[in-house]
Design a protein around this ligand. Structure first.
Ligand code: NAP
Length: 321
């Protein structure tokens, strides 16, 4: 299914502008772009996108390609840069010669191994001479905080800079991930009560990631990324229902019932427990206020959930099968 209408669009605003005033932070891509010069020798920097076939990574990779940068798509199945988080022995070959790295950890930041592996990745990136590491993190998640700490500790004094992208709940969870089958079946069940969430459009996440990977002013910045408006899950699925003409309802569940359902669906007990910690931490109301990360990074407001719904409905992602 191709519901990637926002893939490959050039990032708006941001790159080329300085925010945060780090005097040593040179842009990877100067005005005019490295891609436009150098007929004799290709001096364009290589950017490695880990999770480059996933929801965020393929948008980041698409935008980098549109800027005519050399992109290595890193994942287990990726042809250009084979990469497995569980096999660090293969990382140096994938990282060799890379100038900037985008890291979307898999399967999830709530994986207990995530901090150690991300710290190891940061050290490997430094050893390979990478200048920047941009980490996809999560808002309100203690596991994400531990992952960030591991990366910061690994890069301290190394010469490789970091940028943290603390994403709120992705809007695309409704169209490209675990909530899609539920939308298609007509009932979205979550232990979210009537809490409101400022869903993040991954088009914005990708714009910020590309700015951080290629432009000046994003070193040692923590961007909390959200949409401009908080909606309850009931309101969010109602918007999807209106846009698609199908009935989609929201069914709030208790945490205990949801955890039991995850296990009944085949999710391991450890993974289910970790997922429940993330759900409890992110859906307790502490993440409801819209954040200013997109505005701070790009100098423009984030996209509204309604725009995501309109764009996604037009791709047919929610059509009857
Ligand atoms: N969903 C949310 O609302 C939300 C919010 C904040 C943060 N996050 C974080 O976002 C991250 C996920 O990013 P995403 O949604 O862009 O990814 P995604 O759509 O879940 O795709 C996963 C990507 O990682 C690769 N991958 C899977 N297992 C791998 C492994 N063992 N080694 C190397 N690569 C592997 C996959 O490709 P292959 O199968 O080819 O390996 C794919 O490219 C997680 O860390 C999550 O905690 C999510």
């Amino acid at each position: 299914m191709n519901n990637d209408a926002d893939n490959g669009a050039a990032p708006s605003g941001g790159s080329g502008r300085r925010r945060g005033g780090h005097l040593t932070d040179c842009a990877l891509i100067g005005p005019g772009g490295a891609a436009g010069r150098g007929e004799a020798q290709d001096t364009r920097p290589d950017v490695l996108v880990l999770g480059g076939t996933g929801k965020t990574g393929r948008r980041v990779a698409g935008r980098l390609r549109a800027m005519r940068l050399r992109v290595r798509v890193g994942s287990r199945a990726a042809a250009t840069a084979p990469f497995d988080w569980r096999e660090p022995a293969g990382w140096p070959a994938t990282l060799a010669g890379v100038r900037a790295v985008y890291a979307a950890y898999a399967p999830d930041l709530s994986d207990p191994e995530a901090p150690e592996r991300l710290g190891a990745l940061a050290r490997a990136a430094t050893a390979a001479g990478a200048e920047r590491l941009v980490l996809l993190s999560g808002r309100g998640m203690s596991s994400a905080a531990r992952a960030e700490e591991a990366v910061v500790a690994a890069l301290r004094g190394s010469g490789t800079t970091w940028t943290m992208l603390r994403g709120c709940w992705f809007a695309q969870n409704f169209s490209e991930d675990f909530l899609l089958p539920e939308v298609l079946r007509g009932t979205v069940s979550l232990p979210a009560g009537e809490v409101a969430e400022p869903f993040l459009d991954l088009a914005d996440l990708a714009d910020v990631a590309v700015a951080a990977l290629t432009g000046p002013g994003h070193a040692e910045q923590v961007y909390t990324l959200s949409g401009p408006r908080a909606l309850t899950f009931r309101e969010a699925v109602a918007e999807i229902g209106w846009a698609t003409g199908r009935e989609v309802r929201y069914r709030p569940m208790s945490r205990a019932a949801y955890q039991a359902e995850l296990i009944a669906r085949g999710v391991g007990r450890v993974e289910a427990a970790a997922a429940m910690v993330t759900l409890r931490e992110t859906l307790d109301g502490s993440c409801s206020a819209p954040a200013d990360g997109v505005e701070r990074a790009l100098g423009r407001p984030p996209r509204d959930f309604s725009e995501y719904v309109r764009r996604t409905a037009a791709t047919g992602a929610w059509d009857e099968e």
